[in-house]
Design a binder for this molecule. Structure first.
Ligand code: ADP
Ligand code: MG
Length: 336
C-alpha cells in the first residue's frame, strides 16, 4: 500500500513538474533558418528570450551579408590583421582544427567557390573549369592566422561559417540554459537538433531523421544531452544547363559540389560545433572514408544513408535507433 501511495505521489509530482506552465516554446528566423527553442523549468520563457537574443547577436557577428559583421569585414578587408569578436576567433580556431583532422574535407575558406556557383544569392550556374581552378587557389585554411582577436589571411580569400554556425550557436544556447538552471531543453536550428538533459518526462527525447531520398521520416532516434546534426544534398540544390543537379556542399579539393555515394550523414556528439563540422566533412569524404574516419576517431556516433538506400550506423546507437522505412541493407559499425 505504501509503495502505491509513493508511486502515486511520484507520478503526480512528475505530472505537475512537467505541466505546461513550466514549458516555453519560441520560434524565430535567424541565420537564414527557422529556429524553435523549447525548454522546461522555472522562468522558461525568460531563458528562451535570452537564448534568442544570444543567437541573434551571434548571427550579427557570423553573417556574411550583414555589414559590420566580423565575417563581412573579414571578406572585404584589404588590410590585415582584422579585429574580430571572441566568438569569431573561437570559431575560426576550431574550424582550423577540424580541417586538420579531416584532411581538409572541411575548409572554412571555400566561400569564393560557393559564391561563384550562386549558392549565396540564388544566381546558380555552372562555372567554367578555368574559373574554378582560379578560385581554388584562394581555398586554403592554412593561410588563416589567428592571434587572440586578430585575424590575418591572404587578400582575396573569403570565409563563411555556413557549415558550422548553427552547431556553434546550439552550443551557446545550451550553455545559457545550463547557466540559468534549465535542465531540459530542445533547440531546433533548422533541423539541427541540440538537446539538454532528458525530456520533461525524464526519458530520452525521440528525434526523427529524414529520409534524404523521399519525403518521410527514415529513422527514429532516442537520445539525450547531445547534438544531432545532419548534412545532405536534398534541401539546397539546383539543376544546371547540363541537366545535372548540384548541391550546396563542396569538395574543397575539386571546387565541385559533392556527388558521391552518400545521401545524408548524421553526427551525434556532445558538441554541436563538432557535429555540424563533421557532418559536412564526412559527407564530402564519401561512405568508405567516413567509416574509416570514425574508426580512427570514434568519439562521436554516426548514421549514413547512401543513395542506394543502405543504412550504416555506429554501435553506440544500438537500442537507440529504429527504422521507419525499408533499407536495402543495414550495417552496424564497430570500432574494431
Ligand atoms: P546546412 O547548412 O544545410 O545544414 P552544412 O552544415 O553541411 O549544411 O553546411 C553547408 C554550407 O557550408 C554551405 O552552404 C557552404 O556555405 C558551406 N560549405 C560547403 N561545403 C563546405 C566544406 N567542404 N567545408 C566548409 N564549408 C562548406
Ligand atoms: Mg555542417
Amino acid at each position: 500500500m505504501k509503495a502505491k501511495i509513493l508511486s502515486f505521489f511520484i507520478l503526480t509530482f512528475l505530472f505537475f513538474s512537467c505541466s505546461k506552465k513550466d514549458e516555453a516554446s519560441l520560434s524565430f528566423l535567424a541565420m537564414d533558418t527557422f529556429m524553435t527553442l523549447k525548454c522546461y523549468g522555472k522562468e522558461a520563457h525568460k531563458v528562451n528570450q535570452k537564448v534568442k537574443a544570444a543567437i541573434e547577436e551571434l548571427d550579427s557577428k557570423l553573417s556574411v551579408t550583414l555589414s559590420e559583421s566580423d565575417f563581412y569585414r573579414l571578406n572585404k578587408a584589404k588590410d590585415f590583421p582584422v579585429k574580430v569578436s571572441d566568438d569569431c576567433s573561437e570559431l575560426l580556431i576550431n574550424c582550423k582544427k577540424i580541417s586538420e583532422l579531416t584532411d581538409a574535407a572541411f575548409d572554412v575558406t571555400l566561400y569564393p567557390v560557393v559564391k561563384e556557383w550562386g549558392f549565396t544569392n540564388g544566381n546558380y550556374h555552372l562555372p567554367s573549369e578555368n574559373k574554378i581552378e582560379e578560385l581554388l587557389k584562394k581555398v586554403d585554411y592554412k593561410k588563416i592566422q589567428i592571434d587572440k582577436n586578430e585575424v590575418t589571411f591572404e587578400p582575396g580569400q573569403m570565409l563563411d561559417s555556413g557549415a558550422v554556425g548553427k552547431g556553434f550557436a546550439g552550443d551557446k544556447a545550451i550553455e545559457i540554459y545550463k547557466k540559468n538552471g534549465i535542465k531540459s531543453a530542445m533547440v531546433d536550428l533548422g533541423g539541427n537538433i541540440q538537446l539538454l538533459g532528458k525530456n520533461p518526462y525524464g526519458k530520452d527525447w525521440k528525434i526523427g531523421i529524414k529520409n534524404p531520398l523521399q519525403n518521410e521520416i527514415a529513422l527514429a532516434l532516442k537520445v539525450s544531452n547531445c547534438a544531432v546534426i545532419t548534412s545532405g544534398g536534398y534541401e539546397r540544390n539546383f539543376k544546371a544547363d547540363d541537366g545535372k543537379t548540384y548541391i550546396h556542399i563542396f569538395d574543397p579539393k575539386t571546387g565541385f559540389p559533392v556527388d558521391n555515394d552518400i545521401a545524408s550523414v548524421t553526427v551525434i556528439s556532445d558538441s554541436g560545433f563538432y557535429a555540424d563540422a563533421l557532418s559536412t566533412a564526412l559527407f564530402v569524404m564519401g561512405q568508405k572514408k567516413a567509416v574509416d574516419f570514425w574508426k580512427k576517431n570514434c568519439n562521436f556516433q554516426m548514421i549514413i544513408i547512401t543513395k542506394d538506400k543502405a543504412l550504416f550506423y555506429t554501435e553506440g546507437l544500438k537500442n537507440k535507433i529504429s527504422a521507419c522505412t525499408d533499407f536495402s541493407k543495414v550495417t552496424v559499425l564497430s570500432a574494431l
